[in-house]
Write a protein that binds this ligand. Structure first.
Ligand code: ZN
Length: 387
């Protein structure tokens, strides 16, 4: 092939792909396979001949360009929590052409999620699909070229290394500060960058945390500027526009980081309120006596800090009494003898014991709706699920 001969042999695939003429008709799949640029999708058909077109509007943006896109295609990220922010952030990253994405979530889709969680639909809520499973399905339909992995799990000190290790970047999609401090401990202790993102009511915050370069989450929350930011979504509600705005700001920073444009990271805490129209960009100082990034006290990661048991704004308690997996089929058979209101899918089992509704996951967790008292939930767990 004549064109092949015109390419300097020392050029990497990345640089070859950056040549605009590869977007023309001569860039046939067979040719791309020969120069080692083929990247098969699920059906085994190389996509690289169309990658230039597929991401053309993003590569036309000069700060990213073809080289940045190649870096993004080779990069990986893990999103912890796939609620509103996690769902929007994962969709933006997958559409942008991230190489590999893991989505961690412990929860299932409910009708009350659909007002703001853009990735899910009524069928997901009707089937009570785990968010990680539903997210993976919807994301795969958006971009089959991304290696996707939805994992139904509750991030804790015991599984943090397994679930978060090996990714270029960690994104916050959680709804509680215990998990954020656990991510922060893991990130600082392993020198891994992560992006904090949170929203409640009409107000949201986001900041990139790069260990050794920027302040960490503990620096922020123990500083003057961080005071009062500990609020989580409970009874005040949350608007769709703020979670999607915060997710967009989070992903903009993720794109800079993953395309190798670290010098473009603004390095500030962004605070915004879509109701008042108040937007702020705040330079957060490092805390010279920070528990995490200075004193290196990783209490959340070592398990010294007890994990949360109540679920944000849900009148629910999560209990995880077992360290081993549950056989949902045998549990269903056992419960069916005494409980009539029993439903299940491939991922969870749900039953009602008035006034409580219990949802049991295969990893041994159970969510008890109708109480915020862990003692009540533990008692129900022991009685119906077993130790
Ligand atoms: Zn710190």
């Amino acid at each position: 092939m004549a064109l092949l001969g015109s390419l300097p042999s020392a050029l990497s695939c990345k640089h070859r792909w950056g040549y605009p003429y590869l977007a023309t008709a001569v860039a046939a799949p067979e040719f791309l396979r020969q120069i080692g640029c083929a990247r098969p999708n699920e059906s085994g058909i190389p996509l690289d001949h169309s990658l230039h077109e597929k991401y053309s509007r993003q590569t036309l943006f000069a700060p990213i360009g073809a080289e940045g896109q190649e870096r993004l295609l080779a990069s990986s990220a893990v999103i912890v929590g796939c609620g509103a922010i996690g769902a929007a952030a994962s969709a933006l990253l997958v559409r942008a052409g991230l190489g590999r994405l893991r989505i961690l979530d412990r929860d299932f889709v409910e009708p009350s999620n659909l007002q703001r969680q853009m990735l899910f639909d009524e069928a997901d809520a009707r089937d009570a699909l785990p968010k990680a499973v539903a997210a993976e399905r919807h994301l795969r339909a958006m971009n089959s070229g991304v290696a996707l992995e939805g994992i139904v799990a509750d991030l804790d000190s015991r599984n943090a290394e397994d679930l978060l290790g090996g990714f270029d970047l960690i994104l916050d999609g959680t709804d509680n500060f215990e998990t954020r401090f656990l991510i922060n401990d893991f990130a600082v202790s392993t020198s891994k960058s992560w992006i904090y993102a949170a929203a409640v009511a009409s107000y949201g915050l986001t900041m990139v945390i790069r260990p050794g370069v920027t302040p960490c989450l503990a620096c922020l929350l123990e500083s003057e500027v961080g005071r009062g930011l500990e609020e989580t979504c409970d009874t005040v509600g949350v608007l769709g526009p703020i979670v999607n705005l915060i997710a967009s700001l989070e992903v903009a920073e993720a794109l800079k980081f993953l395309t190798g444009r670290e010098t473009s990271l603004h390095g500030k805490l962004i605070s915004c309120d879509v109701w008042s129209g108040h937007f702020q960009s705040i330079r957060v100082p490092r805390n010279s006596n920070c528990r995490v990034c200075v004193r290196r006290d990783f209490g959340y990661l070592t398990g010294e800090v007890q994990p949360h048991v109540t679920l944000c704004g849900r009148d629910s308690v999560q209990i995880h009494e077992r360290s081993r997996a549950l056989n949902l089929d045998s549990l269903r058979s056992r419960l069916a003898a005494t409980i009539s209101d029993l439903r299940s899918n491939d991922f969870l089992l749900r039953f009602r014991i008035a006034p409580y509704e219990v949802t049991v996951f295969a990893d041994g967790r159970a969510v008890f709706k109708g109480t915020t008292d862990p003692a009540v939930a533990r008692s129900l767990y022991a009685r119906y699920i077993g130790a």
